[in-house]
Every structure is written in structure tokens, then in C-alpha cells.
Design a protein around this ligand. Structure first.
Ligand SMILES: [Zn+2]
Length: 125
């Protein structure tokens, strides 16, 4: 189990870009922790009680939150937006740190895509 890092939480801007769903419970695949909604909304009968019992037995593996769990996917793994591991902030920091390189890459790649698409369009009858 990963411990919480000392980084600030991911920004709202990052979460708006990468969070695409909300669920009653989700495994944060960046750390293995089960994040779940303490209200039990949209859970099967007994599911919330089961999660609460597991949380008492393994408090580092289960994390209850006061609302549905916002989640997204990054590097092929689902992450819970408010997971205590805060591993997603490391991705945000990496992207921001390399924004010049990423911007140059996106510009070059999109230019190539436009060039290829324009050529394909010109070849159509
Ligand atoms: Zn996590």
C-alpha cells in the first residue's frame, strides 16, 4: 500500500480533464486502495456494511468518502480523484514540468496529421 505523498492534491483543471466517471466504489489502481461512498447510494444490499467491516479490519486499504467516487484513467490504470495516495498529482506535475516538450510534440504531431489528411483528401476523386 502506498503512503500519502506530500504533494498538494491534483488541480481542478487536471481533474476536469481526466475524471470521466463517478461510482459508489472504485479501486484506485495507482495504489490498490478501495475508495467507497459512505452513503451507500447505488450499492447492492449489504455492500456498504461489508465495505465498512473491511475498512475496520484494513483501514489503509479501504477509504470511505462522503460522496460518489470520481474516477478516471491514466497510464492505463483507473484512479480515484480523492484517493489518499494522491499518486495522480505526480502525473499532473510531470505533465506540467514537461509542458514545453509536450506542447512541441502536440504541435508537430498535429501538423503531421493535418498534412497527411490534406494529402488523402486531395487524392479522393
Ligand atoms: Zn490511490
Amino acid at each position: 500500500m502506498s503512503e500519502q505523498n506530500e504533494l498538494e492534491p491534483p488541480s481542478e483543471e487536471f481533474l476536469r480533464a481526466f475524471v470521466h466517471s463517478a461510482s459508489p466504489a472504485i479501486t484506485c489502481e495507482l495504489c490498490g486502495r478501495i475508495n467507497y461512498d459512505l452513503s451507500g447510494t447505488d450499492m447492492d444490499p449489504g455492500e456498504l456494511d461489508g465495505l465498512n467491516k473491511k475498512q475496520k479490519a484494513e483501514p489503509d486499504k479501504y477509504f470511505g468518502q462522503d460522496n460518489r467516487i470520481d474516477w478516471g484513467t491514466i497510464d492505463g490504470k483507473q484512479f480515484a480523484a480523492d484517493c489518499p495516495c494522491n499518486k495522480v498529482r505526480e502525473f499532473e506535475n510531470w505533465i506540467w514540468h514537461h509542458r514545453q516538450e509536450i506542447g512541441s510534440y502536440l504541435k508537430a504531431r498535429l501538423t503531421l496529421e493535418v498534412t497527411q489528411t490534406t494529402r488523402q483528401l486531395a487524392e479522393l476523386p
